[in-house]
Design a protein around this ligand. Structure first.
Ligand code: Q9C
Ligand code: ZN
Length: 341
């Protein structure tokens, strides 16, 4: 069998916020660079046939196909104005007012930011651009005939909307890949991160060329709180092409898999030509910030079930915060999806 490409960016650790604000508390930042290192190590020492490929930096113009100039420029400017180790996040969110008089970067960065967990620092723009470059390279490899490819994206992307960043995400990696692939056929994005991918949903909400399907923690109690309900089904031409499956806290493999089966049936009837998986590993029972109960072995089952769609597939890394086990979770997923169990 052909070796599976794992596309990566060796400089991602330059983006390393040290804190986030959560529910009235300052906490250590969860989306740490070590997450990626743990995944790389497990693949390196496994017998899973793979090769690492360094991503080529994509042209910034590709970002403009899915994000506003205002969002892109704001992240770029704040990065440029930051010294090494300095990060900015907003703490005042004036309703509907964005002042162009405000020159202080911390006071200004509310304009496109949805939470207090997504700081911007000196290297954030460059590394978020490289994370999208990973997704872009993956889509080009798929167009050249690869059947399964893993984009080791960091920072993650699925919370980033057209004009808004948040949830540890700055630019939408799955959105970049989907936007590239729809030039060649219908695309399904299956999002199995614990959190609803408000960004990916919003990017394609009015389109019938991308089916967005997500299984996630119920937004009544889980981030991002305002999207991910089952009555969000798309708009205009996109009506019927957005499917949300919120699940309650504490869900175990049995119920998760029943839901995944329903989701996979819907995907089959759409008859996509390409599949993009937003792979969150935060559905794991030991995840420190999430509340599903999947086991290490569940990821093999999930991968195996998805493989039955039999589509050219890009898997992009999203969340997952129990760093030490992330490599084993990802490896199990790939053993399942590639049939190399
Ligand atoms: N400090 C992903 O898994 N946590 N993002 C809310 C804010 C945000 C998770 C507390 C969780 C975002 C890609
Ligand atoms: Zn998540």
């Amino acid at each position: 069998m052909k070796r599976m490409k794992i596309v990566k960016n060796s400089n991602h650790a330059l983006h390393r916020p040290n804190a986030e604000f959560d529910n009235m508390q300052v906490k250590p930042y969860q989306e740490v660079p070590e997450r990626i290192g743990y995944i790389e190590k497990v693949f390196q020492s496994s017998d899973f046939s793979h090769e690492f490929i360094e991503a080529k930096k994509m042209d910034e113009s590709v970002l403009h196909k899915i994000h506003t100039k205002a969002l892109i420029e704001q992240i770029k400017q704040i990065s440029k104005e930051s010294n090494e180790g300095e990060y900015s996040m907003p703490y005042v969110f004036p309703s509907k007012i964005v002042s162009d008089k405000q020159t202080n970067r911390i006071k200004r960065c509310n304009a496109h930011c949805m939470d207090m967990g997504t700081p911007v620092g000196k290297h954030t723009f460059d590394q978020a651009l490289m994370s999208c470059s990973i997704a872009y390279d993956c889509s080009n490899f798929i167009l050249e005939g690869d059947k399964l490819i893993y984009g080791l994206c960091r920072p993650p992307g699925h919370h980033a909307e057209t004009n808004t960043y948040g949830g540890y995400c700055y630019f939408n990696n799955a959105g970049i890949a989907a936007n590239r692939l729809i030039e060649h056929g219908k695309v399904c994005v299956l999002d199995i991160d614990y959190h609803h991918g408000n960004g990916t949903q919003e990017l394609f909400y009015d389109k019938d060329s991308v089916l967005y399907v997500s299984i996630h923690g119920d937004p009544l109690t889980e981030y991002p709180y305002y999207t991910g309900f089952s009555d969000e089904t798309g708009t205009g031409k996109g009506l019927g092409y957005n499917l949300n499956f919120p699940l309650p806290q504490g869900v175990t493999e049995g119920k998760y898999i029943n839901t995944l089966n329903v989701a996979l049936d819907k995907i089959s009837s759409y008859k996509p030509e390409f599949l993009i998986i937003s792979l969150g590993l935060d559905t794991y029972k030991n995840d420190p910030i999430c509340k599903f109960n999947l086991d290490l072995d569940s990821y093999k089952t999930v991968g195996d079930m998805i493989s039955r769609l039999n589509l050219p597939t890009i898997v992009l890394q999203e969340g997952g915060y129990y760093s030490e086990d992330l490599g084993y979770l990802a490896l199990n997923f790939f053993k399942g999806i590639s049939g190399c169990i």
